[in-house]
Design a protein around this ligand. Structure first.
Ligand code: THU
Length: 140
């Protein structure tokens, strides 16, 4: 919360790192390689790619693998995701899937999401893309 706004150079660096990360994707079934790079509010960058499985439903998206890498290094309790960029090998418009939006929301709802739209990369907040995330505190 109350983080300084994402700078243009941070945004461009995240896009570069996401585009590099997608090259490692394991996507033999869809051939759709996805890369994600996230920036923590501490200024660290973590990346991930999609990892598919012969049992298709076990596939894990790039965004969630980037988050898993960040949690493995930082722990989850103090992790705040300032921004996350997503790219794909076909360079087609592709915003983060609903499951990934919910997982990102666990670590910050102010997060900037940078993803490909028909006009190139665009940035929206997670709150715009997922206005009402599931939260246990809303339940009880
Ligand atoms: N995929 C991601 O990695 N992130 C998304 O936000 C949407 C989809 C992956 C999953 C699967 O390996 C491939 O893209 C095709 O759906």
């Amino acid at each position: 919360m109350n983080q300084p706004p994402l700078t243009e150079s941070e945004k461009n660096l995240l896009i570069t790192r996401a585009e590099a990360a997608l090259k490692k994707a394991y996507a033999p079934y869809s051939q759709f390689q996805v890369g994600a790079a996230l920036l923590t509010d501490q200024g660290k960058i973590y990346t991930g790619c999609n990892v598919e499985n012969a049992s298709y439903g076990l596939t894990v998206c790039a965004e969630r693998n980037a988050i898993a890498a960040a949690v493995a290094e930082e722990g989850g309790d103090n992790l705040t995701i300032k921004a996350i960029a997503v790219s794909n090998n076909r360079h087609v418009p592709c915003s983060p899937c609903g499951a990934c939006r919910q997982v990102i929301a666990e670590f910050c709802t102010d997060t900037s999401l940078i993803f490909l739209s028909p006009d190139g990369y665009q940035t929206q907040t997670l709150r715009q893309l997922l206005p009402q995330e599931f939260s246990l505190s809303d339940t009880f």
